[in-house]
Ligand binder design. Structure first.
Ligand code: C5P
Length: 269
């Protein structure tokens, strides 16, 4: 039996890669599978939370039962949807109903709103009295592309040039933007490092103003990214009792349950 430590809490999770268009048929992305974020979504539901999962790119995983899923493509889209979900201005109920019914995902194809129904008012019964959802916890597992193309070409680019140059510009930091905008939100970041794990993780904890950061060593071939297993070191902001926790190699589902328990305990401090 899983303790209902997150009962009454709303959790927003980003997961998977982002996809940055080059032209209508090509894109820049990465190998993130989304498994860690989806496992966390499942664990948070089991712990009693209301969970909104924002999946980037083309995550090919089934939506965990009871989770409200919103699919996005690019980092910019993910930022807008995450801001709306956290602040309670995104109407997500329809996704939730469909996720329950069919357990499949939906294209996010309506620009800023993420809604594919014209009649928004029909869905205005989310979880708080005024019909809005305001998050308590934001967990950022997404592997957001650091750069996007300056401008996606409107038509397919032809192979006429021998050397072709793409101008890339930096994407917004979704985690830092949300964290800085909502000091009261409990914010959990992830980091994948190949060296000086603790040094870089603690740097991000402070720079992005996080409550917790979970860090895996991606120089190890047996864990992380597309793997089903993970092992982590978790670092906490200085105002919490514990400083660091090590989670030994285990399945991502198991790691997710442990992380969810740690989030629940840390929230209570
Ligand atoms: O700075 P770095 O990319 O290593 O930070 C990793 C953490 O920041 C992860 O939690 C990731 O989801 C988040 N992030 C983000 N937006 C970005 C880059 C990273 O939300 N543009």
């Amino acid at each position: 039996i899983i303790p209902q430590r997150l009962l009454g809490k709303t959790v927003v999770i980003t997961a998977g890669p982002t996809v940055e268009a080059i032209d209508p048929v090509r894109y820049l992305s990465n190998h993130s599978s989304g498994k860690m974020g989806f496992a966390l979504a499942r664990a948070c539901v089991e712990a009693g939370a209301e969970v909104i999962l924002i999946a980037g790119g083309k995550v090919a995983l089934p939506t965990p039962l009871g989770v409200t899923r919103i699919d996005v493509l690019s980092a910019q889209e993910m930022l807008i949807v995450a801001q709306q979900c956290v602040a309670g201005t995104h109407n997500v109920l329809q996704f939730k109903e469909e996720a329950h019914d069919h357990n499949h995902h939906h294209e996010h194809d309506h620009g800023d709103c993420g809604c594919n129904d014209d009649n928004h008012d029909d869905h205005a019964k989310v979880s708080t009295e005024d019909g809005s959802l305001v998050a308590d916890i934001f967990i950022s597992t997404a592997a957001v592309a650091d750069y996007r193309t300056e401008e996606a070409a409107p038509q397919k680019i032809k192979k006429t040039q021998d050397i072709m140059t793409l101008n890339l510009i930096k994407n917004p930091d979704i985690l830092a933007t949300i964290s800085h905008a909502h000091p009261e939100l409990f914010v959990v970041g992830f980091a994948a490092e190949t060296q000086d794990v603790e040094h870089y993780a603690r740097g991000k904890l402070v720079a992005k103003d996080l409550d917790m950061i979970a860090c895996n060593d991606v120089s190890r071939a047996d864990i992380g990214f597309a793997s089903d297993n993970n092992a982590m070191q978790v670092f906490f902001a200085e105002y919490y009792q514990q400083d660091m926790v090590t989670l030994d190699k285990a399945s991502k589902d198991d790691i997710a349950k442990q992380l969810t328990a740690i989030i629940g305990e840390t929230l209570l401090q």
